[in-house]
Design a protein around this ligand. Structure first.
Ligand SMILES: CC(C)(COP(=O)(O)OP(=O)(O)OC[C@H]1O[C@@H](n2cnc3c(N)ncnc32)[C@H](O)[C@@H]1OP(=O)(O)O)[C@@H](O)C(=O)NCCC(=O)NCCS
Ligand SMILES: CC(=O)OP(=O)(O)O
Length: 331
């Protein structure tokens, strides 16, 4: 079984309820039909009966729950709660009502916040910034976590590297230019996510254009500092750096460029120095190596809510929903 098949089986073993708010997008219905058919999760679609009927024409989504913000008796409570949460930022009851009746993404986040759904997946037709901003504003970080970050689960076909071709790539979605402390936090969270989702020991590489001092630059210094912090804060973790990508994942190159590192050549969690590298890197592997790419999956947020690339397929949405359901099981 491939990575995503295992995740789907885990999701089915203890079904969770996931909101899909993007009912203006046909891929949402195609994914919902597949999720229901396979029994991966209970599905909530946000929209009017009429919108959903029109958008899902020809698909069997009869098992989905449809929640219409304009008709639901929960909406008034969501408005009050949103005002309470965002009052200090200037949110008025009128604004909260306008947002919740018209922006289904916000409605989905409020359903999760209020415990009316376990998790949410959105982002097929909203940018990452527009998807994650309301999640961060309303749900906030998990207790004990300062930074929310985002990763991709990459399943590369016919690949002997990583965990049989499965990797976590981080941060590929959220933090644009993390400082050393933030990069160290991203590494620690990514190791935890890898353990939860891949169920193998994480081996974490801090990536750079330099391996163990082979290049000199402020960008390299940042990764060296992040590696030092991450090691100090997580002495139990298999984590090392700084590495070029080949030294991190290819055993023979790791052996020649960093012979004394327990991580070189064996990494399955790749920590990119910034979002340019992380986002470009995952898209290169997805498009050129034809890897499955699931995400951006968030970590460090108070409840499981995950994003999608606007370039995603319905099958990608199904995969991210299954991953979200497994994160919900771990809550
Ligand atoms: C997500 C993003 C939009 C947030 O930035 P922003 O719009 O400037 O919003 P703010 O900085 O005001 O943050 C909004 C809230 O989220 C919180 N927040 C932002 N980033 C956070 C993080 N990484 N961890 C925890 N909380 C965070 C802020 O504290 C703030 O909370 P508050 O409103 O209660 O004070 C921004 O980080 C971003 O654009 N990231 C890149 C996304 C992207 O384009 N990715 C590429 C494609 S995948
Ligand atoms: C993850 C990502 O790159 O998202 P989008 O394609 O929506 O910008």
């Amino acid at each position: 079984m491939g990575f995503i098949d295992v995740i789907k089986e885990r999701a089915k073993s203890n079904k969770k309820t996931i909101v899909l708010p993007e009912t203006e997008d046909r891929r949402t219905y195609e994914a919902a039909a597949q999720i229901l058919k396979e029994g991966i999760a209970n599905v909530v679609l946000v929209g009017s009966e009429e919108e959903v009927k029109k958008g899902s024409e020809g698909l069997d989504i009869s098992g989905a729950v449809i929640v219409d913000p304009a008709a639901s008796d929960k909406t008034a409570g969501y408005i009050d709660k949103l005002v309470e949460l965002r009052q200090k930022k200037g949110m008025t009851p009128e604004q909260a009502k306008e947002i919740l009746l018209n922006q289904y993404l916000y409605y989905g986040v409020m359903m999760v916040k209020m415990g009316d759904a376990d998790g949410m997946v959105s982002g097929a037709c909203h940018s990452t910034a527009d998807t994650l901003r309301p999640c961060l504003q309303i749900l906030k970080t998990k207790p004990g976590t300062k930074l929310v970050s985002a990763f991709f689960l990459m399943a590369v076909p016919d690949c002997e590297y990583g965990a049989n071709g499965t990797f976590v790539f981080a941060d590929s979605g959220l933090n644009q230019n993390p400082n050393p402390e933030e990069l160290a936090a991203i590494a620690a969270s990514s190791a935890e996510s890898f353990q939860l989702l891949v169920q193998e020991e994480p081996v974490v590489a801090m990536l750079s254009h330099s391996t163990m001092g082979s290049a000199k630059h402020a960008d390299v210094d940042k990764v060296v500092e992040a590696t030092k912090i991450a090691k100090e804060q997580n002495p139990e973790l298999k984590l090392d750096g700084e590495f070029q990508l080949d030294a991190a994942i290819v055993p023979s190159v790791g052996q020649s460029k960093a012979p004394n590192s327990p991580v070189a050549g064996k990494a399955n969690v790749l920590i990119f120095p910034d979002l340019d590298a992380g986002n470009i890197g995952y898209k290169l592997v997805q498009r050129l190596a034809k890897a499955e790419a699931y995400g951006p999956v968030t970590q460090g947020i108070a409840k499981p809510v995950n994003d999608l690339s606007r370039g995603c397929s319905a099958e990608d949405i199904v995969g991210v929903v299954a991953i979200t359901a497994v994160q919900c099981q771990a809550e």
